[in-house]
Design a protein around this ligand. Structure first.
Ligand code: A2P
Length: 315
């Protein structure tokens, strides 16, 4: 079972990363330190998660040379304006306490065009959400991400990031970016699990040599039904493993990089273990993934209603 994947630019990335979305500030430093001390080498972060300084603390305490780690972060949609990209990467690097990122992803295919004073990196306070938090108010939107991508390409030239990629882009929007990109996106990080298998997208990405990365691989906070699915547990038992190990291994066998999130030391260690699924077991899980309509943990479809459909597959 693959311990690493090779990206289209030739760089090798450890298969399993530690997710940090929703990892509380008070716990994530210890989680990252524990992950590194347990042998983990791939940490997935984002400016928008609001915890990069604590992740950086954990990286420092992990005590391994920088070049042994793979660190990914993401450019938030508040920071897509070409003038904000250099400020955003500087903030992320300062918070993480490192000099370069291994991978910088465009977090979503949308630009929130907020007004902020010159030279100031826009913050959450600069945007207004509806009372239920599900709708963005009074923010002009733009889905042309090429000017942003051009700035991300410059970060590679400057050595601030080694590779660039995207996140949450569907086939249509990835294809559009690919057409004009000087530096090709090496990865696309989207939600991937047995409840959100995204077969068409994954196959398309693999055909175009773009590495699929999967967040919420265990079904997120409320994912007990996935982790404790009887078929998953039956297979796990055979390997003396847990449901999470089967879900993670199934993704790797599909050629996907899983990014399980945990702040619990025992689970962080457990999630680094893979099992070598037989073809029959793999097929059993495939059948499970295909047996119900897809469901997302992270569904942003309401955020831009009625102006913009973030999942729309055409112009
Ligand atoms: P916690 O962080 O409290 O340990 P996903 O990666 O799909 O987003 O899932 C994350 C959720 O799954 C978190 O609630 C996390 O809890 C929980 N989790 C992570 N690893 C395991 C595991 N090995 N067994 C059970 N629950 C887990």
């Amino acid at each position: 079972i693959a311990t690493h994947f090779t990206l289209s630019d030739g760089r090798k990335i450890p298969s399993i990363g530690l997710g940090t979305w929703q990892s509380p500030k008070g716990q994530v430093a210890k989680a990252v330190e524990h992950y590194i001390k347990a042998g983990g080498r791939h940490i997935d972060c984002a400016w928008a998660y609001g915890n990069e300084a604590e992740v950086g603390e954990g990286i420092a305490k992990g005590g391994v040379p920088r070049e042994e780690l793979w660190i990914t972060s993401k450019l938030f949609e508040l920071h897509h304006h070409p003038e904000h990209v250099p400020l955003a990467i500087a903030d992320t690097l300062k918070n993480l306490g490192i000099a370069y990122l291994d991978l910088y992803l465009l977090h979503w295919n949308i630009n929130w065009q907020v007004d902020a004073p010159e030279g100031v990196l826009p913050q959450f306070e600069h945007v207004k959400l509806s009372a239920d938090g599900k709708r963005l108010l009074d923010v002009p939107l733009c889905d042309d991400v090429l000017p942003t991508w051009r700035e991300m390409e410059k970060l590679v030239d400057q050595g601030l990031v080694k590779s660039i990629g995207v996140s949450n882009l569907n086939i249509h929007r990835t294809r559009k970016l690919l057409k004009d990109a000087r530096i090709k996106p090496v990865a696309n990080q989207v939600e991937l699990s047995i409840q959100c298998p995204q077969y068409e997208l994954v196959e398309w990405l693999q055909k175009h040599d773009i590495q699929p990365q999967g967040y919420s691989p265990l079904g997120g906070t409320d994912g007990e039904a996935l982790r404790n699915n009887p078929t998953v547990l039956k297979i796990a038992e055979k390997y003396n493993a847990q449901g999470s190990n089967v879900l993670i291994s199934w993704l790797i066998k599909r050629g996907i990089q899983p990014l399980p999130k945990s702040v619990t030391p025992a689970r962080i260690e457990q999630n680094l273990i893979t099992v070598d699924l037989t073809d029959a077991e793999f097929q059993e899980i495939e059948a499970l993934a295909k047996s119900h309509p897809p469901n997302r943990v992270c569904d942003q479809s309401t955020l831009y209603e009625p102006f913009y459909d973030i999942y729309q597959e055409n112009d």
